[in-house]
Every structure is written in C-alpha cells, then in structure tokens.
Design a protein around this ligand. Structure first.
Ligand code: 5GP
Length: 122
C-alpha cells in the first residue's frame, strides 16, 4: 500500500496540525490521543513514512526500530505509568480497525484496565 502523505499523523509530523506533545526524538513523536479512552492515552509514532508494521519492518533500519521502542518506553515513564503498568496496542490493518494509516502504538494506562482488550468485543 502506498503511504498516504496526507494522513493525519503525517500532517502532525510536518507541523501542519497541532498536537499535545509528550515526547520527541530522532525516531519518534508522541502525543496525547485527541479522544482518550483512558486517563493516560498516548500515541507514539515513528518519524518515517510507514503505514503499518509490515512497512516498518521492511523499510526501517534496526536503529529506527530500536529507537522507536525506546521512545515507547520513555513515553510510558514520562506519562507516569511505568511503575503502575499499562497496555500497548497497535491496531494494524483492516481487521484491527486501524483508522490512521501511519504505524502507531497506543499507550493505555492511569487506572486498572477492566476489560481483557480494548476495541475487542470477542
Ligand atoms: P487507530 O488507527 O489505532 O484505530 O487509532 C487512531 C487514533 O488516533 C484514535 O484513537 C484517534 O482518537 C486518534 N486521532 C485521530 N485523529 C487525531 C488527531 O488529529 N490528533 C490526535 N492527537 N489523535 C487523533
């Protein structure tokens, strides 16, 4: 699938749309979800143009991939959920209802998670 340069997260990365930034480094940008489902709901996105994990895996260097995961951990710490715990979710592709076609990880936390999964009904 060709990367959509005008997806919302690409526009946030270019500074065309605002975000409530949590963290940024060479590999990742993180910001609060506009429609939080939990007290802590942070989105972490790689800086490169990757629609999903398959493109990230095929196109990103190990440094980019490692840098991204380090950023996710750093964001959990900055959001204050590293000790209490949190859930990472990456909705990847159609069956997972991925809405924004730029690979991203959700960090959910801030209270105990009651359900087994978020956005999953069975
Ligand atoms: P997914 O693609 O994993 O289903 O979810 C995309 C997420 O992006 C949703 O939780 C949605 O609330 C969030 N989102 C969509 N548009 C924006 C936006 O313009 N700004 C921010 N901060 N979050 C957004």
């Amino acid at each position: 699938m060709a990367y959509d340069e005008n997806n919302i997260f690409a526009r946030i990365l270019r500074g065309e749309l605002p975000c409530k930034k949590v963290y940024e480094d060479d590999y990742a940008l993180a910001f609060h979800d506009i429609n939080p489902l939990m007290p802590v709901h942070v989105l972490v996105i790689p800086k490169g143009p990757y629609t999903n994990l398959e493109e990230f895996n095929a196109g990103a260097s190990l440094q980019e991939m490692g840098g991204f995961m380090k950023a996710v951990a750093e964001c959990a710490k900055l959001a204050g959920v590293d000790a209490s715990g949190y859930r990472l979710v990456a909705n990847n592709g159609a069956d997972a209802h991925q809405e924004v076609p730029h690979f991203h990880v959700h960090i959910f936390g801030g209270r105990p998670i009651l359900g087994r999964m978020i956005k999953t009904e069975n």
